[in-house]
Design a protein around this ligand. Structure first.
Ligand code: ADP
Length: 378
């Protein structure tokens, strides 16, 4: 009779020194597997599918990784690098990680039928004028550009184009081939009806004219390949929003409002207008939110504070952030010096945060469904 003897001795895993070369080769497949399971913030697909992992090696107890990131997701670079680092350090035997995240520009397909190459079109709107919509549109475009995105800014606020004033960029537009060459600010293409019409001339827009002007701005301007086209919309009315949504899939709308209730009622209307033309809401920004006295540093909530955040939560719209009332922001707006706002500790971080939150929201959305789904306008 055969007796089976089961050994009670547990098999010990060999204890390997972290510097043991055998340990490194053992951990390499695990490291690769974990890194390839991470998701690309741009497409929401795993790195295994996107091919962004360009280098992976272990040197002693340090992992060296190079993972590319698209310029579209550039605002999320720091977070992405951190998640790669944390994942690498979670592998046994790895104590530290050297992460490189080069930003790469991807080819952008034409969106809609009019030849615009923009990965995301973001409409910035408000229920009424004077709440800082144009300021937010410009600062959002610049913040995205400074983070590494290819960004363009279209001032479609045909009733009160303020881009020439806010940027100091003026002058006749030239042609490039059969298209209009946009003006630029630090290399960022800009287009505004204000570049075509003298500032003291009032323009009365009839519906068809408005439609053809917006079509020209989108179709006939040499925008190049963009990650984001930020569109400063006229306040209140739905005409331009309707035209835009008929021309191309608009990725999302950002509604700017001030905290007090009256402005919020207008913001609610703007939200309703975007919903009616089937433009998804990508966020709400509370502008003129509190005032910090430059003399005594006391904060005064002149228009109240937090109203937009509460409304955003209620309406299930991402809250992108708040910008305080800041005298310098207004002065720089009038002087055409918007970049200086990023050096200002009171407003710079707030503006960057808004761009980051928008990129984060679009990234989360991309992980669930493609960003630019064309929806029929009813
Ligand atoms: P809208 O596009 O909604 O009409 P603008 O962006 O043109 O509003 O802003 C109106 C005025 O308010 C401008 O002079 C601008 O510089 C100023 N402004 C906007 N936001 C702020 C802020 N947070 N603090 C101080 N002034 C602001």
């Amino acid at each position: 009779m055969q007796i089976l003897i089961r050994s009670t001795k547990t098999i010990q895993k060999p204890i390997l020194h972290k510097t043991d070369p055998e340990n490194q080769t053992m951990n390499l497949p695990e490291l690769r597997k974990k890194i390839l399971a991470l998701r690309d913030p741009d497409s929401g697909r795993t790195l295994e599918k996107t091919g962004q992992l360009k280098e992976l090696r272990i040197d002693g107890t340090t992992a060296h990784l190079t993972v590319e990131l698209s310029s579209f997701a550039a605002p999320l670079k720091k977070d992405f690098a951190e998640s790669v680092e944390q994942t690498a350090r979670s592998v046994e035997g790895i104590d530290s990680a050297q992460i490189q995240v080069p930003i790469v520009e991807q080819t952008v397909a034409e969106s809609g039928k009019i030849g615009l190459r923009a990965k995301a079109v973001i409409a910035v709107g408000s229920g009424k004028g004077g709440v800082g919509k144009s300021t937010v549109a410009l600062m959002l475009a610049l913040a995205l550009k400074r983070a590494g995105c290819r960004t363009g800014l279209l001032d479609a606020d045909v009733y009160g184009p303020s881009l020439p004033q806010m940027t100091g960029v003026r002058g006749q537009l030239a042609k490039t081939g059969d298209k209009i060459a946009p003006h630029t600010l630090d290399g960022m293409p800009l287009m505004s009806i204000g570049f075509m019409v003298p500032p003291d001339q009032a323009v009365i827009w009839r519906g068809p004219m408005l439609h053809s002007a917006v079509t020209t701005f989108v179709r006939d301007v040499a925008w190049g390949s963009l990650d984001y086209l930020i569109v400063d919309m006229p306040p209140g009315t739905g005409d331009v929003a309707l035209t835009l949504s008929q021309l191309l899939p608009v990725t999302g709308a950002v509604v700017v409002c001030t905290p007090q209730e009256v402005a919020l009622i207008d913001a609610v209307k703007a939200v309703g207008m975007f919903r009616q033309v089937k433009i998804p809401l990508a966020g709400i920004v509370e502008n003129m939110s509190g005032f910090v006295c430059p003399g005594c540093s006391t904060q005064y909530d002149i228009f109240g504070k937090g109203g937009a955040r509460d409304y955003a939560e209620e309406a299930s719209i991402p809250f992108l952030g708040e910008i305080p009332i800041n005298l310098q922001l207004r002065i720089r707006g009038d002087a055409g010096d918007p970049n200086a706002n990023f050096e200002d500790p009171q407003v710079g971080p707030a503006l960057e945060r808004i761009a980051w939150n928008l990129a984060r929201h679009l990234s989360d959305r991309a992980s669930v469904q493609p960003l630019n789904v064309s929806l029929p306008v009813l």
